[in-house]
Design a protein around this ligand. Structure first.
Ligand code: FEO
Length: 385
């Protein structure tokens, strides 16, 4: 598909994989984006997931026919983009791989390729004829070898995972109707929170480094090509990587026999009655990435966990650990939950929240055995938010 006379989209949609990185659900699928720059020389930017070799090679042929690929630019080595490097080498034996020194070592490690690799440095230029490609390192967005590629003449940034999103691009690859920013915002936030969320500092560094480039098209490795909503997607990345959040609540809980759940639902009702935006997540039924998305979205985290093995109920502990691993900052926090004979979960959650630097809204509500609305004052708890 043509993004311009010289830039073509040759990516694929994946509606087969259930779990991205074998851990993140894909209810709307995901795309692996790859691009051709067709000039006097032909450059391919990144490849695709291993499952899609036939479709990917056919997409390339549909754009360039029997022309050969002169360069394969490797921005990022995670296998969702690098697994078909050997297939490209097999189909286009003279194709030179263009990448940085860290990625070159990974190409050998993952794919055993050591020959025909041109190692470039920060800011170096690769002329293709009428256009040039220039390379900038953006370490930890998402791996240490990650770089982006900028085509000045096309004002196009091939941004790797940055500005990427879960959800296939099946309507329009470019972000024009019916492909809108709003349609992707939630899945872009969940992608960021799950995968890039730990690297807020490196994302900020990258945004500053790339801020001076003239860009009217962002071509990420997942999700739509951004032409019409660049301000919104860059703004969202800036906000997420600063750990800035809107006023609202991520209310997530786990419950074995429904007592902590009843407390959670009564609190959710009280919050909604006050007009507080609130994402409610039953962690025993859904993957914690959906709650993580709302942790990045909202300024208040409220977790409900019964005491289990004298600790935090495992699905809730997984979320809290995920929040701590991502070094989320600046949240307000509250915990609650039932216990059968000894209370531990709320105190342990509070300890983790204090270590994360969160503001503790109260010491938490813990209740023995059955849920009793008279002992769990959802109304007054909701007034703390
Ligand atoms: Fe889409 Fe970090 O790879």
């Amino acid at each position: 598909m043509r993004l311009s006379e010289r830039i073509r989209y040759v990516g694929v949609n994946d509606m087969i994989t259930e779990l991205f990185e074998r851990q993140w659900p894909l209810p709307f699928g995901v795309s692996y984006n790859s691009y051709l720059v067709v000039d006097e020389k032909v450059a391919l930017i990144d490849t695709a997931d291993i499952q899609f070799e036939e479709e990917f090679l056919s997409n390339i042929k549909a754009e360039i026919g029997e022309r050969k690929i002169d360069y394969l630019v490797v921005n990022h080595m995670e296998p969702d983009h690098s697994a078909l490097q050997s297939a490209i080498r097999r189909e286009y034996p003279s194709c030179e791989i263009v990448t940085n020194a860290k990625a070159a070592a990974m190409i050998e490690g993952f794919n055993g390729i050591t020959e025909g690799i041109k190692v470039i440095k920060e800011g170096e230029c690769l002329p293709l004829g009428s256009v040039n490609l220039r390379f900038f390192m953006v370490p930890m967005v998402h791996w240490p070898e990650t770089m982006v590629t900028w085509c000045e003449e096309e004002k196009t940034l091939f941004s790797g995972d940055a500005f990427g999103s879960f959800k296939v691009v099946d309507k329009s690859v470019i972000d024009s109707e019916p492909t809108t920013f709003e349609e992707y915002e939630d899945e872009m936030t969940r992608y960021y929170a799950s995968i890039v969320g730990k690297y807020g500092g490196p994302v900020q560094t990258a945004l500053k480094k790339l801020g001076g480039l003239e860009i009217s098209r962002i071509c990420p490795t997942h999700g739509p090509v951004w032409e019409n909503h660049i301000t919104e997607v860059v703004g969202l990345y800036d906000k997420l990587s600063r750990y800035e959040a809107s006023h609202g609540v991520c209310l997530a809980y786990g419950s074995m026999y429904g007592n902590t759940e009843k407390a959670a639902l009564s609190l959710a009702e009280a919050l909604k009655a006050r007009g507080v935006e609130c994402g409610v997540h039953d962690l025993t039924k859904e993957n914690y990435s959906f709650a993580l998305r709302d942790v990045f979205k909202y300024d208040t985290v409220i977790l409900g966990s019964p005491t289990y093995n004298n600790g935090i109920f495992p699905p809730v502990r997984q979320l809290m650990q995920g929040i701590c691993d991502r070094m989320v900052k600046g949240r307000r926090f509250m915990a609650f939950g039932s216990f059968s004979w000894a209370a531990a979960s709320v105190n342990l959650l509070n300890e983790m929240a204090v270590a994360a630097g969160f503001e503790i809204l109260n010491e938490g509500i813990t209740f023995k055995q059955g849920y009793d609305p008279a002992k769990f004052d959802a109304e007054s708890l909701s007034s703390l938010v």
